[in-house]
Design a protein around this ligand. Structure first.
Ligand code: 3H9
Length: 720
């Protein structure tokens, strides 16, 4: 809806009303058309101001409408007739002007923004392009290079940057609507000839063809198979090379292709999934989000390795006081230097104060007496963690939340070391912890709703997307990773190379294939855990040190054998690849690995065979997805959206493929089931390939779309 009033005698004011972000739904568009007619037809009105209610201009087209039949007046002619109006129209931008919201503002003759407003064309992140004239007007207003960057990345800009770029005419610290009304009174009689952006010539960049070829090459490289950024370049190229009307035709054509694409659906699924995880509830229906989180002002981080340092920075940046704890003076000083550097760099990027004074470095555990929350981030050593939790339990004041950053150990075992097990939760960060958006908040059987709510709230304060998950080995993300990694090893045994497996996964859209990723994170971490679990080669019976079976199931000792050679990945310069130097970044195929694999196959009488990318993808991804179904079955994740968010934000799953569970739906659940059955027949000693009950149930229920899986899961739980 849109509300119309007349203010200051001669200014017609149109207020968009569609909470919470005033998205341009059919009713809002109809309202704008009607109210513009009213304003233009009223002889007392000399100029018009358009604004949004509740301090938010407009969040763009109503994304919820994309999945149904679009009704109501279309945006393009609506904006065009606004631009053609004979009376000046001023946009009063408060809060946000995003996507169609900014396009609406670009159709106005003037734009006044509040200093705290953010503007942008984020359509590319939804698998779309700004198709209400944005791709044609923005380059005409601010030039091709700047517009291209904003449109292909979807980046939001502050009001100050928008002013500098020339997107807005004025920035105000006062109420932007009042400022726009004053401005509208001032320009009531001014000529509009030079104010209609669609009539501006588009400045062509020098050597236009070469400029766009370079831009396209760069965008393709970063897009990892996403098509929307490519279409964005094509649309901006049309703006630079064609007259406006033809450019608009091109924009429409490109949008038509994107609009119905699977990628757009996938990216919009991610958008809604990311918001759905905030309404966290347990599979049994118990809700945490109705519990009041406790205030957290002071925190302690124990263990200042890579994770602890990142967590310290994230907490300090969120405005908390942090006590950073290490055991030796040397470790403490090294950590202090590293944390200060990280604080300085991020502060510079965000143009804020570094907050060095927020962090106090200490070796004294007794300081835990004074904090509201502790995050333990020592290495994955259960006895050590248990000892720390025992100490904390006796030092901390009542009510202090005790969190662990373990990436997969049992939260309940740690809780049982404390006097208040209800105050223990997992806060599983992803490296680098001050950068990565994802946080798994892990609740044990005894964690209280308040404890979970507090951890979730703290995550939000740190700018993370927090997903509440149940307690099991590896939680959601790492539990699903295990069968995926396992398949990658089996593929090597059967004849693949690390390059082949990584090539297939990177072509699919992962930022990094499994072997490059393992090299980056360090092979020794998982090896030490396997050793502790008596799974690694050194624990196998003498003479069978490379046995391919553990506890009755297939096991590949390849990773252990590599670690036995001291090849721990990038940090040692050697892993699944060779690096120019220790900590070097460029992965090069290593002939040593070829020999090593050949020797290994010979030792186990394995005959190498050729395999293609399709097989690599099916084996790795379907086994990961299958574990995702088991996780849903076990009630560890509340829904498929939670798993998808974890994979997209924490594990580099390509956003344009919507997350593993959405992807399974796109491939077709029946197809995933059929391929898993096939692979399981071929590899009966690999339980990860045995299709889960839930997958079978979903297929038997006619493969409903992902947002309806919860009904089937509920039924499955009620039958148990
Ligand atoms: C477009 O404009 C296409 C055109 O170029 C061409 C067309 C021809 N529609 O994020 P929040 C909901 S494409 C519908 O938690 P925040 C959201 O789902 C659009 N709903 O709040 C959530 O609902 P719920 C281009 C929307 O304050 C609630 O609002 N625009 C829309 O953290 C609150 O959202 C964009 O891509 C929408 N457009 O952040 C902007 N936007 O409560 C997308 C939000 O049921 N939106 N909702 O979970 C955003 O980036 C953020 O929501 C925003 C607010 C920054 C606006």
């Amino acid at each position: 809806m849109a509300l119309y009033t007349r203010v200051s005698g001669s200014v017609g004011m149109i207020t968009l009303q569609n909470p919470p972000v005033n998205a341009l739904s059919a009713a809002v568009r109809q309202g704008i058309v009607d109210m513009m007619d009213k304003a233009l037809g009223d002889p007392k009105v000399k100029s018009v101001v358009i604004c949004g209610q509740n301090g938010r201009f407009c969040g763009g087209a109503d994304i919820r409408e994309f999945s149904g039949n679009m009704t109501g007046p279309p945006l393009v002619p609506m904006i065009h007739s606004m631009e053609s109006a004979a009376k000046p129209v001023v946009a009063a931008i408060e809060g946000i002007a995003l996507g169609g919201g900014l396009e609406l503002a670009l159709g106005c003759h003037y734009r006044i923004a509040h200093s705290k407003a953010r503007l942008g064309l984020p359509e590319v992140q939804l698998g779309l392009l700004p198709a209400a004239g944005g791709s044609q007007r923005l380059p005409r207003l601010i030039g091709v290079p700047a517009a291209l960057e904003l449109i292909t990345t979807g980046r939001h800009v502050t009001a100050a940057e928008a002013l500098q770029l020339g997107i807005v005419d004025e920035v105000t610290e006062q109420n932007a609507v009042d400022a726009a009304v004053k401005f509208a009174l001032r320009v009531a009689d001014a000529s509009l000839d030079a104010r209609r952006i669609s009539t501006f010539p588009c400045p062509r960049p020098p050597a236009t063809d070469a400029f766009f070829e370079r831009a396209m090459q760069q965008v393709r490289q970063n897009a990892r198979g996403a098509v929307a950024p490519v279409a964005c370049v094509q649309a901006v190229r049309a703006a630079a090379t064609l007259p406006y009307a033809q450019g608009m035709e091109r924009e429409k054509e490109l949008m038509a292709t994107l609009f119905t694409s699977g990628q757009a659906r996938a990216q919009q699924h991610c958008f809604f999934a990311q918001r759905a995880v905030n309404r966290w509830s347990m599979p049994n229906g118990a809700r945490w989000d109705t519990s009041k989180p406790r205030p957290v002002r002071k925190a302690m981080v124990i263990g200042l390795g890579t994770m602890g340092r990142g967590i310290t920075v994230a907490l300090a940046q969120a405005g908390l006081s942090v006590v950073a704890l290490e055991t030796t003076e040397k470790q403490l000083m090294e950590a202090k230097q590293a944390v200060s550097g990280m604080l300085e760099r991020t502060a510079k990027r965000r143009a804020v104060a570094p907050g060095f004074d927020k962090v106090r470095y200490s070796r004294d555990m007794r300081l835990a007496a004074d904090v509201d929350l502790v995050i333990e981030a020592v290495f994955e050593d259960m006895p050590l963690k248990k000892k720390i939790f025992q100490q904390l339990s006796s030092v901390c004041k009542p009510g202090t939340l005790l969190c662990t950053n373990t990436s997969g150990l049992d939260i309940d075992q740690l809780a049982s070391q404390t006097r208040n097990p209800e105050l223990v939760v997992g806060m599983h960060f992803f490296a680098p912890a001050h950068v990565m958006k994802l946080l798994e908040v892990v609740y044990g059987p005894r964690s209280s709703p308040t404890a979970v709510a507090t951890a979730m709230q703290l995550g939000k304060q740190m700018g993370k997307v927090s997903v509440a998950v149940g307690n099991c080995r590896g939680f959601v993300g790492n539990r699903m990773l295990k069968p995926y990694l396992e398949q990658a090893f089996f593929l090597l045994e059967e004849g693949a190379t690390p390059e082949l497996v990584d090539g297939a996964l990177e072509e699919f859209g992962f930022a990094m294939g499994v072997f490059r990723m393992s090299d980056l994170s360090g092979l020794d971490v998982a090896w030490r855990i396997r050793k502790a679990d008596e799974l690694a080669v050194t624990d196998a019976p003498a003479g069978q040190s490379t046995a391919r079976s553990r506890q009755g199931r297939r096991y590949s000792p390849l990773g252990d054998l590599l670690c036995e050679q001291g090849r721990f990945g990038q940090k040692t310069g050697l892993g699944w690849y060779r690096y120019d130097e220790p900590a070097g970044r460029v992965a090069k195929p290593d002939p040593w690995i070829q020999d090593f694999l050949e020797r290994y196959r010979a030792q186990h009488a394995l005959v190498a065979r050729r395999m293609d990318h399709q097989e690599v993808l099916e084996r790795c991804l379907y086994s990961l997805i299958n574990e995702g179904f088991r996780i849903l079955e076990d009630g560890i994740a509340a829904g498929p959206e939670d798993i998808d968010v974890i994979y997209v934000l924490g594990y580099g799953w390509p956003r344009h493929r919507g997350g593993p569970m959405f992807y399974a739906g796109m491939v077709g659940l029946a197809r995933v089931l059929e391929r898993l059955e096939h692979f399981h027949r071929e590899h009966p000693d690999v339980p990860g390939l045995q299709p889960s009950n839930l997958l079978r149930k979903l297929v038997a229920s006619g493969s409903p779309p992902v947002h309806r899986w919860k009904e089937v899961i509920k039924k499955l739980h009620s039958q148990l």
